[in-house]
Design a protein around this ligand. Structure first.
Ligand code: PXP
Length: 244
């Protein structure tokens, strides 16, 4: 199972003071060297963390492992993506007032628009994933609009307040992963994953990649980024080995 490390929150700290440190590019290099299989970043419309110049630098520096750009399906973002050419684009919903990405993309209601949008990204040689809730119609629609993969939103699972709810949400993720794989999509997952809740998701064999940001960067304050990435990677590998 691959681990994509989301470096946005290194830039969040930098932007709190509008200074030059901590540098998310340096963070990407440390994460890569600690075993991250991919670097993920979200260029938001309001540029609250990652800036356009970061994107240019990331593309220049991160060449050994894939670069995954999360973005809203807007004309501006498409122009940037087709110029920078990340290895993958993950299409996410975006609202200015939200603290982080809330809920999955409603692919069903944007089908015609997304078909054209995704075709242009793919014509530039970029793989495309949609970030969706664990709902069959959204997964089916993702295949129909030409996505290569879906990333299942694990936020409801991560935020569950009771064991029952957590179990229920995990089952939804598992069912969505099985369904997505059965129709030929690659399956990824992420959002809200931490050292304490990652393993049950990592055990779902249909999921081949997790994208994790906030918890790793938060733990890096105490552990250092290198150790924070290694610890997550170790937990994922342990959970995965149970099934092989
Ligand atoms: N995957 C996607 C599509 C996201 O938008 C985010 C948050 O930027 C993540 C994964 C990582 O979520 P978290 O920061 O909660 O680990």
């Amino acid at each position: 199972m691959r681990l994509g490390v989301n470096i946005d929150h290194i830039a969040t700290i930098r932007e709190a003071r509008k200074t030059y440190e901590p540098d998310p590019i340096k963070g990407a290099i440390i994460a890569r060297d600690a075993g991250a299989d991919q670097i993920t970043f979200h260029l938001r419309e309001d540029r609250r963390h990652i800036q356009d110049s970061d994107v240019e630098k990331l593309r220049a520096v991160i060449t050994e492992i894939p670069l995954n750009m999360e973005m809203a399906a807007t004309e501006e973002m498409k122009q940037i993506a087709t110029r920078i050419k990340p290895d993958r684009v993950t299409l996410v919903p975006e609202k200015r007032e939200e603290i982080t990405t809330e809920g999955g993309l409603d692919v069903v209601s944007m089908k015609e628009y997304l078909k054209e949008f995704i075709k242009e990204l793919k014509n530039s040689g970029i793989d495309v994933a949609t970030f969706i809730d664990p709902v069959e119609e959204q997964i089916k629609a993702s295949l129909e609009v030409g996505a290569d993969a879906v990333e299942i939103h694990t936020g409801e699972y991560a935020n569950a307040r009771s064991e029952n709810k957590r179990f229920e949400e995990l089952k939804r993720i598992k069912n969505a992963a099985v369904y997505g794989r059965s129709i030929g999509l690659k399956i990824f997952a992420g959002h809200g994953l931490t050292y304490t809740n990652v393993q049950p998701v990592a055990e779902i064999e249909e999921i081949e990649e997790l994208n994790i940001g906030h918890s790793i960067i938060a733990n890096a304050v105490f552990l250092g980024l290198d150790e924070a990435v290694r610890k997550m990677k170790k937990l994922i590998n342990e959970a995965r080995r149970k099934h092989t």
